[in-house]
Design a protein around this ligand. Structure first.
Ligand SMILES: C[S@@+](CC[C@H](N)C(=O)[O-])C[C@H]1O[C@@H](n2cnc3c(N)ncnc32)[C@H](O)[C@@H]1O
Length: 155
């Protein structure tokens, strides 16, 4: 009687343990890897300077975390307008530091970005949309509006 009770207790405990581990693994939020020192700035294939992969980068990896400063559109003028990102409202602009301002445009981008607001301020996170080879130029898609509102032509 006692050995049976012990066996049942062990089985219940082990089942609970396995279920707990499984739930933890399945529900764990997948955090992207950060590819450190992944970017260099060099002569672009499409315009002036551009950002290039210093090493192979895997799809989903964070390529660059740029500390960012949100300002009003009145703070931004002239050529600088072509270097900043949209902010949290129509009249707001996001100034991304680091190499964030130097990525060129492609309609077939290999990176994209999102904004993260942390306790120390905003960040612009640039991540890989697919596996990227060492030496490839890194492009995000500026969007059609970007080109039509400026009357510029993209290569
Ligand atoms: C954010 S900056 C990118 C860095 C810039 N190439 C540099 O040398 O400083 C945006 C400017 O780069 C140029 N640019 C970016 N992508 C381009 C493309 N696909 N074709 C032509 N010009 C592009 C445009 O002149 C745009 O105003």
């Amino acid at each position: 009687m006692i050995p049976n009770l012990l066996l049942e207790t062990i089985i219940i405990f082990a089942t609970g343990l396995v279920a707990g581990v499984l739930v933890t693994v399945l529900l764990r939020k997948k955090t992207p890897r950060v590819s450190r020192d992944a970017v260099r700035i060099d002569a672009s294939r499409v315009a002036g300077r551009g950002a290039f992969a210093l090493k192979p980068i895997r799809e989903g990896d964070i390529v660059e975390r740029c500390p960012a400063l949100e300002v009003t559109d009145k703070d931004i003028g002239g050529e600088l307008l072509n270097y900043v990102f949209y902010g949290s409202a129509e009249n707001r602009r996001l100034v991304a530091m680091g190499y964030g301002m130097l990525f060129n445009h492609s309609p077939q981008p290999n990176v994209a970005y999102y904004r993260e607001d942390g306790p120390t301020g905003a960040e612009l996170i640039i991540y890989a949309l697919r596996d990227i080879r060492k030496g490839e130029e890194l492009y995000y898609n500026y969007g059609d509006d970007w080109w039509t509102t400026r009357g510029e032509k993209c290569e």
